[in-house]
Design a protein. Structure first.
Length: 294
C-alpha cells in the first residue's frame, strides 16, 4: 500500500521534471543582445491591452533580416533607422505621442529612453523588432492597407489611455481628412500634421477599423486604374522633414524623366514633383534616403 502511494506521488513530479519544465524554460529563453533604459512597464494585463488586441503583433517570421549592428544610447527613432535590411531601411511610423523635440531632430517619447543594441549576426526582422521594443512596453503591427508600401507601426503594448483610445498616424491623401472626420466618435481627436502630411487620429479600435477600411477601398480603386495611368504625367507633393527641401532638387533631378519637373516650397518645406506615374516609386525611395540628418 505504501509503495503504491509513493509511486503515485513521485510519478507526476518525475513527469513534470522530465517534460514540462524543460519545455517552459525553452519557450522563453533569455535575450542578452539588447539593453534598455526605460521607465515603461512591460507587464501587461489582458484587459489593458486594447492596442495589441486590435493591432495584433504578428507571430510569424518575415523574409527580411536585419544586418549586424551595434550602437549605444540611441533614441527610438534613430535606433529603428539604424536597423538596416539587406537592401533598404525599415519603413516605419512611430504612433507614440512625443514629449519634446530636442537638438538634431531627436524626439523624446513618453516613457521611452535610450536603447543599446548589439546584433552580432543577421537577425530575422520580427525577432529584432521584438527584442528592441518589448522591454520598452512597445509592440509593432504591420499596415499593408493605408498605402502602397508595407509599413511597420510602433505603438504602446499597454495602451496608456484609460478610455482605450489608440493614437495612430495615417497618410494624408486627397480629401481623406473630411472622410475620416465623419467616422470619428464623440471622444475622438484628430489633427492634420502638415510637416509630415499625416492625419493623427486618437480614437477607439472600432473607429480605426472603419478608417482602415476606408483606405483599403481607396487603394483598391486606385489599383483598378493603375494600368491606365502608366505613362501619364502625375504631380505629387513630398513633405521634407529633416533637411531643406531646396537642397534636394539637384539629386532628384537626376532620376526624373525628360518630362519630369520639380518645385520646392520654402514655407511648407515640401517638394512638388511632376513625372510619369511609374517613376514616382524611384523618387520616393531616393527621398527616404536623402531626407535624413545622417
Amino acid at each position: 500500500m505504501k509503495n503504491s502511494i509513493l509511486k503515485c506521488s513521485i510519478l507526476p513530479l518525475l513527469f513534470q521534471f522530465l517534460f514540462i519544465t524543460p519545455f517552459n524554460a525553452e519557450a522563453n529563453p533569455p535575450v542578452d543582445t539588447v539593453e534598455h533604459e526605460s521607465s515603461a512597464k512591460s507587464a501587461v494585463r489582458p484587459e489593458d491591452n486594447a492596442a495589441a488586441e486590435f493591432f495584433a503583433q504578428p507571430e510569424y517570421k518575415s523574409r527580411d533580416y536585419v544586418q549586424p549592428v551595434e550602437f549605444k544610447n540611441e533614441g527610438l527613432y534613430w535606433a529603428l533607422r539604424r536597423l538596416r535590411l539587406e537592401v533598404n531601411s525599415i519603413n516605419f511610423v512611430i504612433d507614440l505621442k512625443f514629449e519634446e523635440k530636442m537638438e538634431e531632430n531627436t524626439i523624446a517619447y513618453a516613457g521611452v529612453k535610450n536603447i543599446t543594441v548589439n546584433f552580432k549576426e543577421r537577425t530575422e526582422l520580427h525577432e529584432a523588432l521584438k527584442q528592441v521594443l518589448e522591454p520598452l512596453g512597445l509592440a509593432f503591427y504591420i499596415d499593408n492597407v493605408t498605402g502602397a508600401e508595407k509599413v511597420y507601426h510602433i505603438n504602446y503594448k499597454n495602451n496608456p489611455d484609460k478610455l482605450k483610445r489608440i493614437f495612430v498616424k495615417y497618410p494624408f491623401q486627397n480629401n481623406i481628412y473630411a472622410d475620416i472626420k465623419k467616422l470619428n466618435s464623440k471622444d475622438g481627436i484628430m489633427n492634420l500634421l502638415y510637416s509630415e502630411l499625416s492625419v493623427q487620429v486618437n480614437d477607439y479600435p472600432e473607429v480605426h477599423k472603419k478608417i482602415r477600411e476606408l483606405y483599403r477601398n481607396i487603394r483598391e480603386s486606385g489599383q483598378k486604374v493603375a494600368e491606365k495611368e502608366r505613362g501619364k504625367i502625375v504631380a505629387k507633393i513630398y513633405p521634407i522633414t529633416y533637411v531643406n527641401a531646396g537642397e534636394l532638387t539637384r539629386q532628384i533631378m537626376s532620376v526624373l524623366t525628360k518630362d519630369g519637373t520639380i518645385e520646392f516650397n520654402t514655407k511648407g518645406n515640401y517638394l512638388t514633383i511632376t513625372d510619369i506615374a511609374e517613376n514616382h516609386i524611384a523618387i520616393g525611395t531616393l527621398l527616404k534616403e536623402l531626407d535624413s540628418t545622417r
